[in-house]
Write a new protein. Structure first.
Ligand code: ADP
Ligand code: ZN
Length: 608
């Protein structure tokens, strides 16, 4: 072991209270401590922060961290300080006097870590401070912000190449959780990281359980999901529209859930307060549009639910990735139905974007639909999309398709019936009417158009309404039917549909299932991922949580900054009686032991 790694290990244990490095952390930290440049691609929750925090402490001078997430700097710095690290930040939220004090501490060499907003870093004033200070390294967090094609583009990031030009001897480490190859290449080019070592992790998030349900009554389905194992837990609920966000938040509040809305239509101050409460309080459910989430590094988000279909797998993966950063069991839940598909397709068609853009958007939506309809392991489909190939028969054991393999059946005849119903009615009607037709329902509309006299009327009794909706959805998803936006979602046949009608191709479809409440996995256990280890003293755990809440609010920091859930769980299992015993718990470093040790020991004593 090199000297650098020995010191890094010592800091890992003493300051952060962790026993071992996770995944590639040791290799990355070793490389940066020795002065090498690095590009780190690691999924959310992989443990990127330690990759620059520890080298900043080990190396002489201050680690300068560029981050676009001003709102979170305070919490990050608070967390480091509580662990005994000399950390500070500089951004527009500081008054001039405080900013000057931070600058002085920096130049005087008193800081291990300094977080800076990119626009601040690029000022002449700050660049000249850098000239006069000892810089241990530059960490460029959220490095994908240099990508002009990504939705987090920050023009200032492009100018960060100045760091390399002006301070060639200072090692740089760029980090991101954005996986795709184009973004990676842009980071390398724009930040001049050609000679940096690349550390690319798997983007798998094994602790997240993926689940997709057929939308029936989305709200009630989601209500059940919450009741069956996520009560009192922190989560994010994504909706497509602001209105739906507001309505859903009100509905959840009515059920007694601590739910808050978040979207771009709310006042900036309201948004700030809601975000703050979500971060600081236990068990808040944030109901939001995609405007919410970038850089939310709350570690104990236990679920991310989508009540509407996301537009792409990139977005979906990023959003679901906000669950379970602490590595504990978490769920990604998505409800989707035919109306989602129709809505999103129409939105693309009517967007007025250039054809090339529409084409890409359609492809992305197809991939999203393919994920929803797949009968294979969902994790395999996701990782495959992001360029990580797994065996075709790979089974992760932690997605709905692995836990309750869906039944498929030959769907050719059913598909033909639905296609001919569309043809016979002039391709002018949506799924609802066609299904009524197949089921032989003589609705006023049916009679008005004389459709009750068609040969297809009533020929579909082998399936019920839900079954036919599944067929329609799968035909649309597979591109046999097109929902025409100018005709209110009228289903029209596409060219490949002819082959299906003529019996030249056949299709297998997923059987529609009415999933019962509290579905069971193969072993008969409730499908909720096991959050708590068996035999844990839940009353003790609650007492430890209360202790954490009290300390956090006394100090005005989020609860997880005091200790993570995993640390409290380990404490509840170990029931430490002395400071030495408490120090063995993962996440308890020296400074936190000194600061909080007695309080938690007292909590253990009182509750046991
Ligand atoms: P990222 O920035 O990659 O999303 P973080 O740096 O926030 O991830 O780390 C995610 C979580 O994992 C944090 O709660 C962190 O404290 C924890 N963590 C990181 N490294 C380790 C480790 N070696 N042992 C235990 N926990 C760790
Ligand atoms: Zn799986």
């Amino acid at each position: 072991m090199t000297d650098g790694i020995t010191r890094a290990r010592e800091i890992l244990g003493r300051v952060f209270g962790y026993r071992d490095f996770r995944g590639p952390q040791q290799a990355i930290i070793g490389h940066v401590v020795e002065g090498g440049d690095a590009l780190v691609l690691m999924p959310t929750g992989g443990g990127k922060s330690l990759c620059y925090q520890i080298p900043s402490i080990v190396r002489e001078g201050t680690g300068v961290v560029v981050s676009p997430l001003i709102a979170l700097m305070q919490d990050q710095v608070d967390a480091l300080k509580l662990a005994g690290v000399e950390a500070a930040f500089l951004n527009s939220s500081l008054d001039a006097g405080t900013a000057r004090a931070v600058e002085q501490a920096f130049v005087a060499g008193h800081l291990d870590l300094l977080y800076v907003a990119p626009e601040r870093l690029l000022t002449d004033r700050f660049l000249s401070l850098l000239e006069r200070s000892k810089v241990a390294l530059f960490a460029i967090d959220e490095a994908h912000c240099v990508s002009q094609w990504g939705h987090d583009f920050r023009p200032e990031y492009i100018q960060l190449s100045v760091l390399h030009e002006r301070f060639p001897a200072v090692p740089r480490i760029a980090l991101t959780a954005t996986a795709d190859g184009i973004t990676r290449q842009e980071i390398i080019d724009r930040l001049a990281l050609q000679d940096a070592r690349h550390f690319v992790s798997s983007f798998d998030r094994p602790n997240i359980r993926y689940r997709v349900v057929e939308k029936d009554a989305a709200r009630e389905q989601f209500g059940r999901f919450l009741r069956d194992g996520h009560q009192g837990e922190a989560g994010i609920v994504y909706c497509q529209s602001r209105r739906k966000v507001d309505e859903t938040a009100i509905w959840l509040s009515g059920l007694g859930v601590a739910a808050l809305p978040y979207h771009a239509g709310l006042d900036a101050e309201v948004r700030r307060v809601h975000q703050q409460r979500f971060l600081r309080e236990d068990g808040i459910v944030m109901v939001a549009t995609v405007a919410f989430g970038m850089g939310i590094d709350k570690p104990d988000v236990r679920f991310v639910a989508h009540l509407d279909l996301p537009q792409s797998l990139e977005g979906y993966y990023q959003e679901t990735g906000r669950a379970g950063r602490d590595g504990e069991a978490s769920e990604a839940w998505l409800a989707y139905g035919l109306s989602d598909v129709v809505l999103l397709r129409n939105r693309i068609d009517e967007s007025g974007s250039p054809d090339e853009v529409k084409r890409v958007e359609r492809q992305k939506l197809e991939a999203m639909l393919g994920y929803c309809e797949t009968t294979e392991c969902r994790r395999r489909v996701l990782l495959d999309y992001f360029g990580e190939a797994l065996e075709p028969d790979y089974r992760c054991g932690n997605c709905d398709n692995c836990l309750e393999p869906p039944e498929t059946q030959d769907g050719t005849v059913a598909a033909q019936k639905l296609l001919s119903a569309a043809l016979r009615t002039g391709q002018r009607f949506g799924a609802g009417h066609l299904i009524d037709l197949l089921l032989g329902k003589a609705t006023p509309r049916m009679v008005q158009f004389g459709h009750d006299r068609l040969p297809t009327f009533g020929i579909g009794s082998e399936l019920d309404d839900l079954g036919w909706r599944a067929v329609a959805r799968q035909l649309v998803a597979a591109g046999y039917l097109h929902a025409n936006s100018e005709r209110y979602g009228a289903l029209q046949l596409t060219e490949p549909a002819r082959g299906l009608l003529k019996g030249e191709v056949s299709i297998r479809i997923r059987k529609a299932v009415r999933r019962k409440t509290g579905a069971r996995d193969r072993a008969g256990r409730a499908t909720r991922p096991a959050a708590l280890p068996p035999g844990i003293d839940e009353a003790l755990l609650e007492a430890l949580r209360a202790c954490r809440r009290r300390l956090a609010s006394e100090q005005g920091v989020p609860a997880y900054v005091v200790f993570h859930d995993a640390t409290l769980v380990e404490m509840a299992l170990l029931k430490p009686g002395t400071l030495d015993e408490l120090r063995q718990v993962s996440g308890v470093g020296d400074t936190k032991l000194a600061r909080y040790g007695e309080a938690f020991l007292a909590a253990v004593r009182e509750a046991t």
